[in-house]
Write a protein that binds this ligand. Structure first.
Ligand code: SF4
Length: 263
């Protein structure tokens, strides 16, 4: 292991279920930070990693970086505050779909609207995994769990179109077990100046194993996709399809909240 990777590791025992794709996200993130440090694009001391509550939240224990674990769904206000106070910081947040789209949805929408210069990586497993698999706003209709024993009667919603209309300037999706592609997208998200939102499909292999479901559904965004065109992103993300596109859907530069604030 090289020096940067060794410095990024901690002695904390990994308590995710064996084989959980959260570990793949951790690997992709460590590799991303390593590459950015090697390229001289960031300094380790300027990176802050935040998390909410959920299985994803353990990631702050497993990277040897400045970190902050928030209340449930509240990582984003803390992240925005950090970036406002010190624009040198590279503020990255991890959250789950329960944490973000149930408890934290208001914070997410407003951080996107402000184009706060923070990066948000969402572990999407469509359940509250840490508390044994209850339904989240992304669970499919009919999903059975302890909180929905007869099947969920609610329709799930799709976050990416909502984030696009809220004002996010970088939107992407990856699949956790595709570490190389997740790393590639993380690199672009971190390099982006403004609010970057990445949905990482992360099947919960213990409570809602969707690996087979996604096996033949993932489809890369075409290479020539015009990610600077909001209408193209709007049309692409709202298109009814049996496939799940992965890649970068939207990427534009606009003034950030923090730059406006300090100006
Ligand atoms: Fe991963 Fe699910 Fe286990 Fe949590 S409960 S560590 S999301 S497999």
């Amino acid at each position: 292991m090289n020096l940067i990777m060794a410095n990024l590791s901690t002695t904390a025992k990994i308590t995710w279920c064996p084989g959980c794709p959260n570990s793949a996200i951790l690997v992709a993130f460590r590799q991303t930070i390593e590459e950015l440090v090697k390229a001289g694009e960031i300094k380790l001391e300027n990176v802050v990693v935040c998390a909410g509550i959920g299985c994803h939240g353990k990631i702050t224990d497993y990277v040897n970086l400045n970190s902050f674990t928030s209340l449930h769904g509240r990582a984003l206000p803390a992240m925005t505050g950090m970036k406002c106070a010190n624009r040198k910081l590279m503020v990255v947040g991890f959250s789950g779909d329960g944490d973000s789209f149930a408890e934290g949805i208001g914070h997410l929408v407003h951080a996107a609207r402000r184009n706060s210069d923070i990066k948000v990586f969402i572990h999407v497993n469509q359940v509250f995994a840490l508390t044994t698999g209850q339904a989240t706003p992304l669970s499919p209709k009919g999903y059975k769990s302890k909180s929905t024993p007869f099947g969920s009667i609610e329709e799930p919603f799709t976050p990416l179109p909502m984030l696009l209309e809220s004002g996010a300037t970088f939107l992407a999706r990856s699949y956790a077990n595709d570490i190389a592609n997740t790393k590639k997208i993380m690199l672009e998200a971190i390099r982006h100046k403004g609010f970057a939102f990445v949905e990482i499909i992360q099947p919960c292999i213990t409570f809602f194993d969707t690996r087979d479901y996604f096996k033949d559904r993932l489809e890369a965004v075409p290479d020539n996709f015009p990610a600077q065109d909001i209408n193209a992103a709007r049309e692409f993300l709202s298109k009814a399809t049996t496939k799940t596109p992965v890649g970068i859907f939207y990427n534009v530069v606009k003034p950030t909240y923090e730059d406006e604030l300090w100006a």
